[in-house]
Structures are given as structure tokens and as C-alpha cells.
Design a protein around this ligand. Structure first.
Ligand SMILES: *Cc1c(COP(=O)(O)O)cnc(C)c1O
Length: 355
């Protein structure tokens, strides 16, 4: 990753139309680096958001800072805000989705709007794969001069799936964006991609100096892209390399197909539950590749015991989650070789409560 990624249209001979190779629609100058995970990416991005606001608004050191999140935002963002000393404004979601209207209302209600520096949207909640109203949030963020960060650690991979690409409308407006190739882009662990609209802002914050570093630092006139300049992590593995190699060998079409298969399987599993399993109930239509559903009559302990046994029997790794305060089950499909027969086997195993 780096500057100068080409634009241009992408031609292919058959199949549905698909987005150009720059999947998020960011300008060619956008770029960033790989970090260890979504948590490290969220932290690095919001440190830059903080610095950019401090400079633009000439905020004194120690000034109060607030960042708007939703009640579905991932816990790593809360951690980040604790680390950078920012308060969070938690906006209630509408049907689990953070909207531009809710953001506008929260900004209007706040007593100290000049301290609000950024807003965090989620492109694919980890629990149910719900994508926020990114276009609506982007519009309000722009009007209020807020940094717009999108956490797509899990769901950002959906940008490669033409069938859901329109749900990401607004992603092209982000100031920073995180997607974890080690989740739904099939890369080995330790691989999160962090992208900035204007990487110069990140470089001015994260570049480290020191006698032993000066020789390896790129000077401003150099075109060299030095990954540690774009996140808080200095020494790192070449964690982007397996992803790059795999993309180069397999091509983007193979990724699109693999991601589409996860989405299709989640839909098929929902349909299977509705038509064949009276003791199960779909809680929400899947948007991406995870499906939350309940086993009627089960206690939280039933779910936990069943999940343990499923893993011990090497049938599946399906851990309970919570939905609106209730313990339920969640299937998350990543591996494209998973079949509906495997899903059926797992659902069948929920017939009896575990002893
Ligand atoms: C998994 C996840 C994270 C954390 O990513 P790590 O790679 O585990 O650090 C952050 N946000 C979302 C939405 C996630 O799904």
C-alpha cells in the first residue's frame, strides 16, 4: 500500500459490474500501512484525528476532547479514547445502526460542541455485520469539521463483494479507515490495513526521530514510503506481504467470489432455519457473513455447554453472543469452503439441550 495507486476502470469480459480496483473510492494519494490489528489501527488513526484537530483549531494542550461513537462501536475504540484522553459521546443506534440523523441530534444536544473532534462509524459490526449509515454520517461530519474514521475491521472486506457494495456508500468520504485482512480477507494473523485520506497528516504525527533512526527515515523530498511513519508501531513484521502475495497470485475476482460465498451462506443458513428448524429462530436477516439466531427455550448455560461440546467434537467453533441482553448463537462464515451441509450438522446438534 502507499501513494500512487492507479485509478482507471477495470475491464472484464463477463459477470456483474464491479467497483474499480480502488475498492473504497479514496483518492489516489490515500495510503497508510499495515499494523497488528484493528485495535492498533483504530488507535493510530484517532491519534492523527486528535492531532489534526488540535492544529486546525489551535486547541491548547490538555483541552477537553470528545469523540462521537455509537452504542455498537467496538470496544477497541473505547480503549483508544481512554488512551488518548478523549471522552466519548455515545449515540444510540436506530435498529443497531448509527445514522447521520442520530449524529446530528447528538451534536445539537451537546453543551460543548467545540471539543468534539471526530466521529467513528462501523462498517460491519462484529456481532451482526451491520453497516452504519456512512453517507449520512459523512455529510454531518463534513458540516461540523469532524474527522471521520470508519472501523471496518471485520466488514470492510465486504467492499470486494458487488452484492453489498452499495451499503458502503459514504466510505469514499472517510479521513481514515481500518480493515483487518486477518479476518475476512483470509490473511494470517497480525494483518490490519490502515488507510488515511491524507497520509501526510499521519506522517507528521507518527514519524519518530532518534539518532539511530535518522538514517532510515525518509526525508520529505524522498518518495520513499516508510511504514512506521503512519502508525504508532515501529518494529513490525512484513505482515502485508502474505496478503499482497495472495492477491497477486489469485486476483481480486477470487477474493470477491470468496467473500460473496460467505454472504450467500449466511443468507442460505437463515433460510434453512426458517424453513426447516422449528426449534430455532432467525433474529435478524444477515447483511454480511454472520447470522444471529436463537434456540427457543435455551438458557445461557445451554448455549455455553453446547458451544464447548461442538468445539470438543470438532464440529465447529460457534460461540454464544448477546443480542439485546439475551444470550443467543451466532454463526460467522469466513472460510469459503464451508458448506450448507456443515451448517445443517451444527443446527441439528441444537435439537437437544446439552446434558
Ligand atoms: C475485530 C474487530 C476489532 C479489533 O481488531 P483486532 O484485529 O482484534 O485488534 C475492531 N473493530 C471491529 C469492528 C472488529 O470486528
Amino acid at each position: 500500500m502507499g501513494g500512487g495507486r492507479g485509478g482507471g476502470t477495470h475491464r472484464r469480459t463477463s459477470g456483474p459490474p464491479r467497483p474499480p480496483p480502488d475498492q473504497a473510492g479514496l483518492p489516489a494519494a490515500a495510503g497508510g500501512c499495515f499494523v497488528s490489528g484493528g485495535s492498533a489501527g483504530n488507535l493510530s488513526a484517532l491519534v492523527v484525528a486528535h492531532d489534526a484537530a488540535r492544529r486546525r483549531r489551535d486547541l491548547p494542550a490538555g483541552a477537553r476532547l470528545q469523540v462521537v461513537v455509537s452504542d455498537e462501536t467496538h470496544s477497541s475504540v473505547t480503549n483508544t479514547l481512554n488512551i488518548i484522553g478523549a471522552e466519548k459521546i455515545v449515540v444510540p443506534t436506530v435498529d443497531h445502526r448509527f445514522t447521520g440523523d442520530a449524529l446530528r441530534a447528538a451534536l445539537q444536544a451537546d453543551q460543548d460542541p467545540s471539543s468534539i473532534i471526530a466521529v467513528v462509524g462501523t462498517a460491519g459490526s462484529t456481532n451482526a455485520g451491520i453497516i452504519d449509515d456512512l453517507a449520512g454520517i459523512a455529510e454531518v461530519a463534513r458540516a461540523h469539521d469532524l474527522w471521520f474514521h470508519v472501523d471496518g475491521a471485520y466488514g470492510g472486506a465486504g467492499l470486494f463483494a458487488p452484492s453489498v457494495r452499495d451499503r458502503f456508500a459514504g466510505i469514499e468520504c472517510v479521513d481514515s479507515f481500518v480493515v483487518d485482512p486477518h479476518k475476512w480477507l483470509f490473511a494470517p494473523f497480525d494483518c490490519a490495513a490502515l488507510i488515511y485520506r491524507d497520509p501526510r497528516l499521519a506522517r507528521s504525527v507518527h514519524t519518530q526521530n532518534g539518532p539511530y533512526l535518522d538514517l532510515v527515515q525518509a526525508d520529505d523530498s524522498s518518495a520513499e514510503w516508510n511504514p512506521p511513519d503512519y502508525a504508532y508501531q515501529l518494529t513490525r513484521s512484513a505482515c502485508g506481504l502474505p496478503l499482497w502475495f495472495s492477491l497477486a497470485v489469485l486476483g481480486i475476482d477470487a477474493y470477491s467470489a470468496a467473500i460473496e460465498s460467505g454472504i450467500a451462506l449466511a443468507k442460505a443458513a437463515a433460510e434453512l432455519i426458517r424453513t426447516e428448524y422449528t426449534y430455532l429462530e432467525v433474529i435478524r436477516e444477515p447483511e454480511l457473513s454472520c447470522l444471529v439466531y436463537r434456540r427457543r427455550g435455551w438458557t445461557p448455560q445451554d448455549y455455553r455447554s453446547w458451544s464447548k461440546r461442538l468445539l470438543a467434537d470438532q464440529l465447529g467453533f460457534v460461540i454464544p453472543t448477546s443480542w439485546e441482553g439475551e444470550v443467543v448463537s451466532r454463526l460467522a462464515f469466513l472460510y469459503p469452503g464451508t458448506t450448507i451441509e456443515m451448517v445443517r450438522e451444527i443446527l441439528d446438534s441444537m435439537l437437544e439441550a446439552p446434558a
